[in-house]
Structure formats: C-alpha cells, structure tokens
Design a protein around this ligand. Structure first.
Ligand SMILES: [Zn+2]
Length: 210
C-alpha cells in the first residue's frame, strides 16, 4: 500500500505509525536520506493493510537560535539528566550548523575508532543496525515522555531492537559508517520527533572544547 506524504510528515513518524522498520521503508523505496522526502511523494509501506493517519509536524528542523519551548517534559529531562555518549569526546559540529542542503540535526562528537558509545539516558532500543542512509549503522533509543536519542556512524551496534538499556550502558562502537569521513558519533535528541539542541540536556560539557 502506498502512503502519500502530507506536508510536515516525516519518514520516522510514518514508519512508527505503520509499525514498519524505517530501514525497510528506505530499502523498498530506494530512499538514501530519510530527511529528504517531499509532500506528495508516494511511499510504499510493506505489509500495510490500510492507510493510517500520520500526525504532521508543524515546523521543519528548528533553527539553532530557537530553543525548544519549555514544557513538562523539559522539566523531567532537564540539564544533567543525560550522559555524554562518547567519553571525553569533543564537539566537532554543533546543532543547527548549516549544511549544503539542510541544517545539522544533531551534534558530532569525536571518538576513537571502536570506542564505546553509551546510552545518554535509560531507554528502550527502537532501532539498531545498518541503514543505507547517511546515518550508517544506527541506534535509536526511546526514553519515554516523547524523548528519543539517536547515535549514528557506528562501526558496530551492541544492542538489539526491544532491548532495555541503562544510562551509560555501551550500545555501539565509534566508526565512520554512512556519511562520515572521520570516526565520530552523530548524536541527536528528538523531542516529539523533532530534533532539538542536545547540549542543554547535559550537566556539563565544560571538558568539551567547541
Ligand atoms: Zn552529524
């Protein structure tokens, strides 16, 4: 069954609503970059019995100058709640940095090849494995209360979808799979499915040189 993309709908959301792995949707549709879909595009949903409503997001990628609006979730997931995913890793690129076709949806953190990437917060693994996308080998965690975190470019992943993980638990190893030229972790925090600047969620990034 084909789902016609409406304005504001993301592939992440579409995959979630239809309960089909994002990677499978990317594969059968020959899509390389999940961020690059357009309204009106027909997406084949493997195994879908009927069309489902996919709630759109009103805004595209937020601008770096516009912090996420405060809300009850922010209070629960406030500064210091998240652990730096690559120990000692400095920031190579910040959230919102301009790219050729889009703004950076996360931060890039330098790591040694094979260094452990750890869960920034307790959660459940919703995706772990290879993608044929710019993300390369990818882990996505759901932290509840609308928060997800995403770890890309891994050399290998150490967890499986459905696993429960604790803050600080190794979930992957630093690599340069996907669109990466140096070993690093691309890290995103998504709130309600929308990428937000991760830095306010860490107690201290003082040891991290910008
Ligand atoms: Zn990145």
């Amino acid at each position: 069954m084909f789902h016609r993309v409406l304005p504001g709908q993301t592939l992440w959301r579409i995959a979630k609503v239809y309960r089909v792995p994002l990677d499978e949707i990317l594969r059968v549709n020959g899509i390389a970059d999940p961020e690059r879909i357009e309204a009106g595009q027909q997406i084949f949903i493997p195994g879908a019995g009927r069309l489902l409503e996919v709630p759109p997001y009103p805004a595209p990628l937020p601008d770096v100058a516009a912090p996420a609006p405060p809300g009850p979730e922010i209070a629960e997931r406030s500064a210091g709640d998240f652990e730096w995913p690559v120990a000692g890793g400095e920031i190579l690129s910040r959230f919102g940095a301009r790219r050729r076709t889009h703004r950076h949806a996360g931060i890039d953190i330098r790591g040694r090849p094979g260094q452990e990437v750890v869960a920034a917060q307790d959660g459940v693994v919703t995706f772990s494995g290879s993608t044929r996308t710019a993300y390369g080998k990818l882990v996505i965690l759901d932290h509840g209360t609308g928060f997800e975190s995403l770890y890309a470019h891994n050399r290998e992943t150490l967890v499986a979808a459905g696993d429960t993980v604790k803050r600080g638990q190794p979930i992957a190893r630093v690599g340069r799979t996907g669109n990466a030229t140096t070993p690093h972790a691309h890290f995103e925090i998504r709130r309600g499915g929308v990428p937000v600047d991760p830095l306010p969620y860490f107690l201290s990034v003082a040891e991290v040189r910008p």
